[in-house]
Design a binder for this molecule. Structure first.
Ligand code: PRP
Length: 181
């Protein structure tokens, strides 16, 4: 069978590696939010897998909400523009919120989102990102919880796509050059 696993040149983070990152971040969040209730806000679409795994590791009261924003088209680099495609369904004033992202790259998306949500008056706002690519940063933004810092390679899987494909790979890998143009 010629499946999507055969499109992958190299696995960078296995399912076990990713599970360990989720567990570590969950323990950090539990420690920091002891006695509080946290609202996790995932930024679609890329973060849907990380959100599901992180939320299931958390042993504190939490709710989940979703937003969709876009800073890229189908390409591989940021356009610098962000638009909100789906806003929150709830109020966040006075609540402790954590924005959950799959990747912090140029920082354009999270800088915009953090400013937008801060203006709504949450009690606190933090960022959890599975992957951090500081080499590519164009804005002054950092994450409070990071799974791992990654090299500047084009990666797919575990929510991350190329042209909307490969989000369903259970690991993170590098795509073979013949599958992207
Ligand atoms: C990706 C990722 C982040 C953003 C990070 O989303 O999920 O939201 O890019 O990049 P930045 O730091 O350069 O702004 P994308 O816009 O590709 O949408 P997707 O999550 O639907 O794949």
């Amino acid at each position: 069978m010629n499946g999507i696993h055969e499109h992958i040149l190299e696995i960078l983070y296995s399912e076990e590696d990713l599970a360990a990152m989720c567990q570590r971040i969950a323990r950090e969040i539990e420690r920091d939010y002891a006695g509080k209730e946290v609202l996790l806000i995932a930024v679609l679409k890329g973060s849907f897998v990380f959100m599901a795994d992180l939320a299931r590791q958390l042993n504190i009261p939490c709710s989940v909400e979703f937003m969709a924003v876009s800073s890229y088209g189908n390409g591989m680099s940021t356009s610098g523009e962000v638009c909100v495609k789906k806003d929150l369904d709830c109020q966040i004033a006075g609540r402790d919120i954590i924005i959950v992202e799959d990747i912090l790259d140029s920082g354009v998306t999270l800088s915009y989102l953090k400013k937008l949500l801060t203006a709504r008056g949450p009690a606190s706002i933090r960022i959890a990102t599975l992957l951090d690519k500081p080499e590519r940063r164009k804005t002054d933004i950092y994450a409070d919880y990071v799974g791992t810092v990654i090299p500047n390679k084009f990666i797919v899987g575990y929510g991350l796509d190329y042209a909307e494909q490969y989000r369903n790979l259970p690991y993170i890998g590098v795509l073979k050059p013949e599958y992207y143009s």
